[in-house]
Every structure is written in C-alpha cells, then in structure tokens.
Design a protein around this ligand. Structure first.
Ligand SMILES: C[S@@+](CC[C@H](N)C(=O)[O-])C[C@H]1O[C@@H](n2cnc3c(N)ncnc32)[C@H](O)[C@@H]1O
Length: 213
C-alpha cells in the first residue's frame, strides 16, 4: 500500500532549536544569519542552506558553478525572463546576462536572481564583445537551426534565448556560433520561452554532468 508523507503546512523552518551553530573553535559560525536563527527561515532555498546568510550561499554556489552562462534578450519586458533566471539558479549557471533594456520583469524569478551573478549588455555587440572566445549558442526553432538533442554542446558557452513573439533578434542570430532547436512533435510553432530555456539547460546538464549525448 502506498505510504503518503504528511502534508507540510508551513513553508521553511522555525527558529533554530537549541545552541546556535559554532565553528571548531567555538565562535559563532559566520555562515549563519542571526535573524534567521532567531526567527526561522522561510526563504525558497534548499535545506542545506537553511539559516545561511545570502552572502554565504552565493559564496558556496560560486565554488561549484557550471561552465555555461545564459543570456536573454530583453526588448519588451517579456514576463518569461524571471522563469528563465530561476531555472539558471536551479542548474547553477555561471552567470546570467540581460541583453537590451536594463530593467526586466523579476516577478517569476522568485528572488532566485539574488543568488546569481547578473550582467547587463545594452546591445548584442556588447554581449559579443564580453563573450570573447566563448561561443554564443542561440536557442530557437528557426530555419537552418540544428537539433540540440544531437548537437555537441560545448562545456563553456552562453546559451541565448529569445522573447515570446519575435524570438531571437536578427542581430543575435548573426552573433551566434550555432542556433539549436528543441525537437517538437505537435502542432504549435513553439514552446514557451521559459520551458525551452529549462530544456536547453537540462540538455547541458545531461551532457556535461551525466556524460550523456
Ligand atoms: C515564441 S518563441 C519564438 C518564435 C519562434 N521562433 C517561432 O517561429 O514561432 C520564443 C523563444 O522561446 C524559445 N523556444 C521556443 N520554442 C523553442 C524550440 N522548439 N526550440 C528552441 N527554442 C525554443 C526560443 O528561445 C525563442 O526565442
């Protein structure tokens, strides 16, 4: 018979029970945030980072970030950007890049952007210049694009996503080393940009973390 886990009706954890954590010499462990220890931690973080300061979490993530960056074109404040940035956090991307307007719709990011490195580029040329030898890999289903499922995705790269509606701009397409599409089988022309970004990042994880493909 199936065993059901009890429903968790509270998000996060309450105040730290007992003595507060210390380092080996008995001094307070600087990774821990005193306010969170006292009041509880209701943030959207994995359990191993409960009660840690934001700075300590970022420093720990920095120690094992993956070698892919992501870039999103931001000409029309696409609401999908937040979801793309949240996924970049989940897969521990090296950094995320906003190309175009500096302000972007942060709502869907659910504050996950605070644990990442954010770079802004006013236009495609400045992203291209920043990238140097790093290949820009466009993700879009365009005439001439190659299937991401069989492409030899480089370990060090920038995965570049377009916006709902127009997709990758003509300038961005021209700046990309390759444009890759996610194979589709239904009738819709495209999938949601946030969903496409999640699939593309996971393709990188399958190839470079799990050695598949
Ligand atoms: C609505 S789509 C762009 C329009 C699309 N090129 C078309 O022909 O309708 C918005 C963004 O989602 C991503 N996207 C959606 N479907 C995709 C797919 N099948 N393969 C790769 N990227 C996709 C791309 O980053 C794209 O720029």
């Amino acid at each position: 018979m199936a065993q059901w886990l009890p429903v968790q009706d509270e998000i996060g954890v309450g105040p730290w029970p007992g003595e507060w954590p210390t380092t080996e010499d008995g001094s307070p462990d600087p990774r821990y945030d005193e306010a969170l220890l006292a009041d509880g931690d209701r943030r959207n973080v994995v359990d191993r980072y409960r009660y840690w300061t934001q700075e300590a979490i970022v420093a720990d993530l920095d120690r094992h970030r993956h070698d892919f960056h992501i870039a999103v074109e931001n000409w029309g404040h696409d609401f999908n950007i937040g979801s793309v940035i949240r996924t970049a956090n989940a897969f521990n991307a090296k950094a995320f890049h906003i190309v175009g307007k500096r302000r972007w719709n942060r709502r869907g990011a659910m504050v996950t952007d605070r644990y990442q490195h954010e770079l802004h580029h006013a236009d495609v040329d400045s992203l291209r210049e920043w990238a140097g030898d790093l290949p820009l890999i466009g993700i879009d289903n365009l005439p001439g694009s190659l299937p991401i499922e069989t492409y030899d995705l480089p370990r060090e790269c920038v995965l570049v996503f377009g916006q709902e509606g127009p997709g990758l701009s003509a300038q961005m397409r021209a700046a990309c080393t390759a444009i890759l599409h996610i194979e589709q089988f239904g009738s819709t022309r495209s999938i949601n940009a946030g969903a496409a970004a999640a699939i593309a990042m996971h393709m990188w994880i399958l190839r470079h973390v799990h050695g598949q493909g």
